[in-house]
Design a protein around this ligand. Structure first.
Ligand SMILES: Cc1cc2nc3c(=O)[nH]c(=O)nc-3n(C[C@H](O)[C@H](O)[C@H](O)COP(=O)(O)O)c2cc1C
Length: 148
């Protein structure tokens, strides 16, 4: 059974709803999941849980305001997390073209700089294609957990 911390970035609530649906599903499977709506560095440095980023993209490929302080602190302090597993679920809209799901790439780059280890391929959920992000997220996350 896995200990998982979900780092949420959300403007309109879609990514947050997705993270909560993941928690409900994985808790029911016997895992231990925390949903962090306003994460700080202490939320990751004081434990060794697997990290799951679940963020939308805002602005022009940017990270939502509730996750931005975490991202900036991570980039600035680079607390080393060698081998720590992480995964990325990113919500975006392909109509934004080049910046599609850009927030996921920013989070991935920052986590790689801490020497954390990515598990699975990034799940990109396109608002132009699906109205129910959790329908895509739940099957993906079950595979992700089994690969931890
Ligand atoms: C002002 C604004 C800017 C956005 N910018 C981007 C973007 O640059 N790239 C992208 O892929 N999606 C972009 N989106 C789409 C959102 O990421 C997408 O609708 C997502 O599902 C919203 O999730 P949320 O409800 O958690 O905020 C933008 C949406 C809005 C309203």
């Amino acid at each position: 059974m896995a200990d998982i911390r979900i780092l949420v970035g959300s403007v309109y609530g879609g990514a947050l709803m997705t993270a909560k649906a993941i928690k409900t599903a994985l808790d029911a499977d016997g895992h231990s999941v925390s949903v962090l709506e306003n994460p700080t560095l202490d939320d990751i440095t004081l434990n060794t849980s697997a990290l799951l980023v679940c963020t939308s993209t805002t602005g022009q490929g940017e990270i939502p305001a509730n996750l931005l302080p975490f991202y900036l602190a991570l980039r600035e302090q680079l607390p080393q997390q060698p081998g720590r597993p992480f995964g990325i679920i990113v919500l975006g809209d392909s109509s934004y073209g080049d910046t599609f799901c850009g927030a996921g790439e920013l989070m991935e780059e920052a986590l790689y700089e801490t020497a954390a280890r990515k598990v699975g391929e990034t799940l990109r959920i396109d608002a132009s294609e699906t109205l129910e992000p959790e329908d895509e997220a739940l099957p993906w996350v079950r595979e992700w957990v089994s690969a931890l």
